[in-house]
Design a binder for this molecule. Structure first.
Ligand SMILES: *Cc1c(COP(=O)(O)O)cnc(C)c1O
Length: 934
């Protein structure tokens, strides 16, 4: 084992031995043998290269990085160079207080990131001219896909055609096709500059503004006509352009989507970047993704929290509006802070400058007699030229441009460009240098209304103020840099510094996703190696890294299954069996693939009910497309019958989808691709160390057995793959893939197996320690659990103590709560992971027992629930410092309950318990604009 592996695993050898002793096992292998069913157990070492030390792995990756060529890209098409302000790079992107945070489901310990996400919504709302925006989507293309289905639903599916401008970004067009096909929506390509006559059955119109060739179109009359015809208008747009141009809201759009990348988020070969999604008020209830709202806490102070629809998938399942779970929180935060740091005036100046550069270039081209588009923002498209020859000439001057077809080339400028860049490209064209900037776009295309007048966009223009603001915000939150985050199903393990380091290397961060292939050899080699490593870890034959979240991997996997059945002529196979315990994204993804969800029951022990499964198979003899199971189950148990489940479905002609979110219990001990799975998605942001970023980014690779490989999403280095495009960029969130590459490269086969074994050991240790007060809801062989356990807190409700009370009280003890009420309402699911030390596990168990004692006091009548440490939790500093504090317990009990812990550095929640109902009744999702104060 490498020293890295020893450090990644939080348990020392002594800890391991002591914990095994308590559980009554001799060795990790003995424990593993008892926990993991013999029918699936596989202890042959993973076929990975011998592991490297941190320094060696960084050196090896450096060599790969060097094979990427850094050429300035003027490619555009939705991705632009940008200057990430260093104060944001250092204090956010490279700061574990920000990147290791979890999705803000526990709002009291997430006020810092929720505040910024709230401002993201404000910024997007203001720039797009819409009423409400969500807190980011996965990318622009998938956001357009979500808009398509929202518009379809808005007219209750009564109309079936959508007009799509052929001037949309090509990747957006491809994604729209992916989403439309399974649902039977007809996409009709249009040229929006021509009058449109056929509105029969049309529910929506999608345009890109400015369009992919750079033209700023006149869209008002198109919007008017669409509305007269009862159709919705969807605009894909660009935030920088919108600081200068008329807003889509003013033009008449109903839904606006786009990418916030160019607000300070590195190109990174295509991602991760935060997509945005904004709508008119009317459609707010059907928006996909997360929405941050403002509510109040028990003390009446304003507080942020995720609005109700956030948990929509778990409530509405296959009727959910979307399968989006992990989105791009960290990148949305960066884009917002970029806007705060610059403010609206500087942003508009920047946009104007970029526009003037483009106009200067356009005028230079015209002088040389080249045909160009006239009314542009930042992209100029040259037509009637030899695209290949021209692209080569410009490359010789040091720039990538965008050949669109044999006779057309686009050149896009951005905030990192200057007049010298314009002149260098003009020289390549044989044109003369421009000495002065051309005028910006005509005034009547510019917006006149003010925007982003709120204080937050004006108060932090000095670096000192920004630095302190960032510190204040992150101090409000609990991330992994403070305490363990024992989230069941989400695997909050160490995100090691050496894994994070390569993310900001320019060779990885400054590459355009559509850069010429000979400039991205290092990237594509690294990606191919990671695919191979992940295949070795899972037993699958092929892996696609394109999906940028688990939900997208699910969708890609189901589409592959669908395409496979269709290729066999089995078009009638349309039923997706899903156990009742499944994660909400499963049924939501099945619905997007237009599969019919049939729920399979679970038995009393929480396992898939084999009788019910067989009954369902008999009921639909030739229609089973797939079963989606999670393994180990979402109940945290290695189900003994999993091979029988797989066999039964295979016999019925169906495919087996194994949700790989729980892979942290499997790597090195069993392989889903070997014990019955045909396809799985993995969550690299769970098992393979990509940090959660406060709700994203993530990567959700989809792995398949050989027969499904041709149906994986197509990309640039696997020509034989024919599946639908799943993300806008060919390799999704490419710039964070080095994190997982580093992890596997440093752990090696032994390290990975030991990590899994320690994750299982820690979960069983916690279960064992807590069992006396908290019943473990589901267990497998010998009363053991897998890598997580569900504790039953429902009996405590008889004396008023709710699962919320426990979760909020844990905050006073300095912890983030475990997963609450999933998969079983009223319970907590604890996953400690291998990265926590025994001391931290013990501290957590002490907190849980402390809480139990507090419950007992209520049960025994020594305390009143309605005014107890539990019901009043979490305790803010403001509250306990009141001079006249009239409480039946002491200040120390309130905020320093575990005397063994050194509270000289205590976590203080910034707000008291938040009122969710109030927040949903009074939905406030962005700052009021100044005009609303007048
Ligand atoms: C996390 C999770 C998902 C969804 O993954 P995202 O990356 O959040 O989209 C799906 N299934 C299970 C069981 C999960 O825990």
């Amino acid at each position: 084992m490498t020293q890295f592996a020893q450090r990644h695993i939080g348990l020392s050898e002594t800890d391991i031995q002591a914990m095994l002793d308590e559980l009554g096992y001799d060795s990790l292998d003995a424990l593993t043998k008892t926990v993991v069913p013999a029918s699936i157990a596989d202890d042959t070492p993973l076929s990975l290269k011998a592991p490297l030390s941190e320094e060696q792995a960084l050196a090896e990756l450096r060599e790969l990085a060097k094979q990427n060529k850094l050429v300035k890209s003027l490619i555009g098409q939705g991705y632009y160079n940008t200057h990430t302000p260093k104060v944001i790079q250092r204090n956010v992107l490279e700061n574990p207080a920000w990147y290791t945070a979890y999705t803000p489901y526990q709002p009291e310990i997430s006020q810092g990131r929720l505040e910024v996400l709230f401002y993201f919504q404000t910024m997007v709302t203001e720039l797009t001219g819409m009423d409400i925006a969500n807190a980011s989507l996965l990318d622009e293309a998938t956001a357009a896909g979500e808009a398509l289905t929202l518009a379809h639903r808005a007219l209750r599916g009564k109309r079936n055609r959508c007009l799509v401008s052929k001037h949309c970004h090509p990747q957006t067009l491809a994604l729209l096709r992916t989403r439309a096909t399974p649902l039977g929506i007809e996409l009709v390509l249009i040229d929006e500059s021509q009058p449109l006559s056929d509105w029969e059955d049309v529910f929506g119109v999608i345009v890109q503004y400015p369009d992919t060739y750079g033209t700023v179109q006149q869209l008002t009359s198109l919007c008017d006509t669409a509305h007269e015809q009862g159709a919705l208008v969807i605009m894909a747009s660009d935030l920088l352009a919108l600081t200068l141009l008329k807003s889509p809201g003013e033009l008449g759009a109903d839904i606006v989507v786009g990418n916030s990348q160019r607000f300070g988020v590195p190109l990174g070969f295509g991602g991760p970047h935060a997509g945005f999604f904004a709508v008119r008020d009317k459609y707010k209830r059907s928006m996909p993704g997360r929405l941050v709202g403002q509510s109040i806490d028990v003390h009446g102070n304003p507080a942020y929290r995720l609005a109700l629809q956030t948990r929509e998938q778990h409530i509405r399942r296959e009727k959910a509006t979307s399968n989006i779970c992990t989105a791009q929180a960290l990148l949305a935060i960066m884009a917002t802070l970029y806007a705060c740091y610059h403010g609206p005036t500087a942003l508009r100046q920047r946009a104007t400058y970029v526009n003037q550069l483009a106009n200067t270039f356009r005028d230079g081209c015209k002088k040389s007699g080249i045909t160009v588009n006239e009314q542009v923002f930042d992209t100029v498209t040259l037509s009637g030229i030899d695209a290949e020859a021209l692209t080569k000439k410009i490359l010789a001057q040091g720039f990538n441009v965008n050949p669109r077809d044999a006779k057309t080339v686009s050149v896009a400028f951005d905030e990192t460009c200057g007049l010298d860049d314009v002149n260098a490209v003009l020289t390549a064209l044989g044109s003369t240098d421009a000495s002065a900037l051309s005028a910006p776009i005509e005034v009547n295309a510019q917006r006149s209304e003010n925007y982003m007048t709120q204080a937050v966009f004006h108060d932090y223009h000095s670096e000192t103020e920004m630095m302190r603001y960032l510190r204040r915000l992150s101090d409000k939150d609990i991330a992994l840099d403070r305490a363990m985050i024992p989230l069941g199903s989400c695997t909050m393990k160490l995100n090691a510094a050496s894994e994070m380091t390569p993310v900001t290397w320019p060779e990885f961060s400054e590459i355009h996703p559509f850069a010429p292939q000979d400039q991205t050899i290092g990237f594509r080699t690294m990606i191919a190696q990671l695919e191979e490593m992940l295949c070795a870890c899972t037993g699958y034959d092929a892996m696609s890294l394109q999906p940028n979240a688990g939900s997208q991997g699910e969708y890609a996997g189901l589409l592959a299954i669908k395409a496979y059945h269709e290729s066999n002529g089995d078009v009638q196979r349309n039923i997706c069996l899903i156990p009742s315990s499944a994660h909400g994204t499963n049924p939501a993804s099945a619905q997007m693939a237009n599969m019919h969800v049939v729920v399979v029951k679970c038995d009393d022990r929480g396992n898939v009910d084999l009788m019910d499964l067989k009954a369902k198979i008999e009921q639909y003899p030739d229609e089973i497309a797939a079963i989606m199971i999670t393994y180990p189950s979402t109940h945290g148990v290695f189900e003994e019958e999993v091979t029988q489940v797989c066999e039964a479905v295979h016999e019925a002609g169906g495919q087996v989808y194994i949700d790989g979110a729980n892979l942290n219990a499997l790597v090195g001990v069993a392989q889903p691709g070997k014990f019955g799975g045909d396809v799985s998605h993995l969550n690299l942001h769970k098992t393979f160390c990509i940090p959660h970023g406060g709700g994203g980014p993530g990567v959700g690779p989809v792995g398949v057995r050989a027969h499904l490989a041709p149906f994986l999403p197509r990309d640039q280095h696997n020509g034989e793959r024919t599946g639908a495009l799943i993300s806008g960029a060919p390799f999704g969130s490419a710039s964070i893939l080095p994190i997982s590459w580093m992890y596997i490269r440093m752990m090696g086969a032994d390290g990975l197996r030991k990590a899994t074994q320690c994750a299982i050991l820690s979960a069983n240790y916690v279960a064992h320690k807590l069992r006396s007060n908290y019943p473990i809801l589901y267990t497998g062989n010998q009363n053991l659990v897998a890598h997580e356990c569900i504790i039953d807190t429902r009996p405590m409700k008889d004396h008023g103590v709710s699962v919320d009370d426990i979760a909020k009280r844990l905050i006073d003890y300095g912890f983030h709560a475990p997963t609450m009420s999933f998969p079983v309402p009223g319970t907590l699911m604890i996953e400690p992971t291998e990265s926590e030390s025994r001391a931290e596990l013990d501290r957590f168990c002490r907190a849980m027992h402390g809480i139990y004692a507090e419950y007992l006091a209520i049960k025994n009548g020594d305390a009143e629930h309605s005014n107890s440490v539990l019901s009043n939790a979490p305790h803010t500093m403001n509250f306990v410092l009141q001079d006249e504090l009239d409480l039946p317990y002491s200040r120390r009990q309130a905020c320093h309950p575990d005397v063994e812990v050194d509270y000289s550095v205590k976590y203080w929640p910034p707000v008291g318990r938040i009122d969710n109902v109030y927040g949903d009744k009074n939905l406030v999702c962005s700052c009021p604009s100044m005009s609303e104060y007048e």
